[in-house]
Write a protein that binds this ligand. Structure first.
Ligand SMILES: C[S@@+](CC[C@H](N)C(=O)[O-])C[C@H]1O[C@@H](n2cnc3c(N)ncnc32)[C@H](O)[C@@H]1O
Length: 345
């Protein structure tokens, strides 16, 4: 096992125990997880939850909505800390509510991920004992629930959407827990600006349009109107929630569907817009770009166009070869390039 953090986590997952809940964010290879354990898992990433479900886990895909669990109802919560502080603080706050007295919160993570600080804060919040074990830079902390304090950790109201004025237009509804939640992605802004020239048609777009990896819906909201036959898809539960609310708010009639890079969608899109992710969680996942390209190939209608924006160093044109007969770099701005793909093979 190369990743010591994962190694620690897997030891806890193999241990069968009553009233246990595992909280997963985007950083666990499902194929290494034990099959058919005795407890539930809740996670915000669709592909991971699907994969765990296929391995016999009782799963729930949500943006960590734990409201159905009564207070003091759990014996154990296992959580490998996430990248973003608000979600970690939110889940520690939830543990203080959900754990019974003497119940355990098991936090796992690397020193570079702030695990030492989280462990200390969790002990303060839960008001019980703290026991820590190290394996190199990987840490496992067991925090018991004593008299939990009423003082929550600052979680920026993790579950709430909020309006954010991110450009000259109407505010966007967004929240922590989704990629780049409080800014306009510079690559996406470049794609949007060049979209009419790239496609040779003005905005708003007509026909069947897919926003692939939609986030809170920036591309769809700016490139489409209520006459566009719009579909938005993402892997992340918070993104889907925000996107759905943004479309409703602006009277766009799109459907918003959970999928792994579009795998669950029916083909036939005239236009696909995509700013693909190039990493997942703490690791770098080489095949993500391939996954997006392969689904784009499958989903594009004959005569349709896919417009991608990626960092200059991503070899998108090379990876697109064998999947599209036409691959054209429309422009680059020194940081990002815009790639037009058509004639899917
Ligand atoms: C660079 S962001 C772009 C977001 C949005 N389109 C924008 O322009 O602001 C990439 C998006 O891909 C999503 N994503 C990551 N892995 C995915 C997967 N396997 N399937 C679908 N979407 C995924 C992320 O949640 C994120 O919202």
């Amino acid at each position: 096992m190369t990743d010591p953090v994962l190694n620690l986590l897997l030891q806890d997952l193999r241990h069968r125990s009553e009233r246990t809940l595992w909280l997963v964010d985007e950083n666990i290879p499902a194929d290494l997880c034990p099959a058919q354990p005795g407890f539930e898992v809740i996670g915000n990433r669709f592909d991971l939850i699907q994969a765990l479900s296929a391995r016999g886990w009782t799963t729930e895909f949500s943006d960590f909505d734990l409201s159905r669990y009564p207070d003091n109802s759990l014996q154990r919560i296992i959580y490998r800390v996430s990248k973003e502080k608000p979600v970690v603080h939110y889940l520690i706050n939830q543990a203080a509510r959900l754990l019974q007295t003497e119940g355990e919160l098991i936090l796992i993570g690397d020193k570079s991920e702030g695990i030492k600080t989280y462990s200390r804060k969790a002990q303060q919040r839960l008001g019980g004992t703290r026991e820590e074990r190290k394996q190199g830079s990987a840490w496992r902390a067991v925090l018991t629930r004593g008299s939990a304090t009423d003082e929550p950790l600052e979680d920026q109201q993790y579950r709430q959407l909020r309006p954010l004025a991110l450009d000259a237009g109407e505010p966007y509804l967004s929240k922590p827990g989704l990629y780049g939640w409080n800014k306009v992605d510079r690559g996406s802004a470049f794609l949007l600006e060049q979209l009419p020239a790239m496609l040779g048609q003005p905005l708003p777009l007509r026909g069947r349009v897919l926003d692939l990896g939609c986030g809170f819906g920036y591309l769809a909201l700016n490139a489409c109107d209520s006459d566009t036959l719009l579909t938005c898809t993402d892997n992340n539960a918070a993104a889907l929630y925000a996107c759905r609310e943004n479309l409703a708010h602006r009277d766009l009639h799109g459907e918003v569907i959970a999928s792994d890079a579009g795998r669950e969608l029916q083909p036939g899109f005239d236009t696909i817009m995509c700013n693909p992710p190039f990493h997942a969680g703490f690791g770098v996942e080489g095949d993500l770009t391939d996954r997006f390209l392969e689904q784009t190939r499958r989903l594009l209608a004959p005569g349709g166009s896919a417009c991608f924006v990626v960092n200059l160093h991503i070899p998108l044109e090379r990876k697109a070869q064998g999947r599209f007969a036409q691959i054209r770099c429309h422009a680059d701005n020194g940081h990002f390039k815009l790639i037009h793909l058509s004639q899917a093979l």
